[in-house]
Design a protein around this ligand. Structure first.
Ligand code: GAR
Length: 210
């Protein structure tokens, strides 16, 4: 069993990793504006330039860094560089919020147990990069969002929280994913807040917050 926090003194330091529009990041930035939330986003990292997620960080005055896989000679070198960049900001918790890259061994060695990822499906169903599309194609009537502690697998880590979302008859991938993201943002904000304020423990596959 590993136990973390509550993070004291002062607000918990979050580093958020993004690859796209960053609406989950924005939800965290908005929540962190209230001191009672108990956290502050100290840096935002990305694997690509020119994304709205980075623009959101810049507008909020949050430092950013970008490490593109193709700028490194191999994946382990990229992974180590991302781990170094994250570590430089001394995070209490690292949040993958639409970061479309898998963490490697160097990253997990440093942040294992305090690296969480949000996914647009009810895991273990529909892991990978097309959670909403895969659920729609399968024909499930209920899907949702999952927050989990990242491990070495693809979306296999211990589950922190889940929210169910109904699939409507006239949904396409965009409408379904947008509805999932509404639930996902509130799940992320609520769960991260509870984690940093109350601490959490991971015992095999069971995560307990508080
Ligand atoms: C979110 O729905 C997140 O779950 C998903 O990307 C979206 C990012 O939205 N991540 C994955 O699919 C990871 N497998 P955002 O950039 O607006 O926060």
């Amino acid at each position: 069993m590993t136990t973390h926090g509550p993070v004291t003194p002062g607000p918990a330091r979050l580093v958020v990793l993004v690859s796209g529009s960053g609406t989950n990041l924005q939800a965290l930035l908005d929540a962190c504006a209230d001191p009672a939330y108990g956290a502050v986003v100290v840096a935002v990292g990305a694997d690509r330039d020119g994304i709205e997620g980075l623009a959101r960080a810049e507008r909020a005055g949050v430092p950013t860094f970008v490490h593109r896989v193709r700028d490194f000679h191999d994946r382990p070198a990229w992974d180590a560089a991302v781990a170094d960049a994250v570590a430089a900001h001394e995070p209490d918790l690292v949040v993958s919020a639409g970061f479309m890259k898998l963490a490697g061994p160097a990253f997990l060695a440093r942040f294992g147990g305090r690296y969480v990822n949000t996914h647009p499906a009810l895991l273990p169903s529909f892991p990978g990069t097309h959670g909403a599309a895969d659920a729609l194609a399968y024909g499930v009537k209920v899907t949702g969002a999952t927050l989990f502690v990242v491990d070495e697998g693809v979306d296999t880590g211990a589950i922190i929280a889940q929210r169910a979302v109904e699939v409507l008859d006239d949904d396409d991938v965009a409408s379904l994913h947008e509805r999932i993201k509404v639930a996902e943002r509130s799940m992320l904000v609520e769960s991260v807040g509870r984690m940093v304020r109350s601490g959490w423990s991971v015992n095999a596959r069971r995560v307990t917050v508080g």
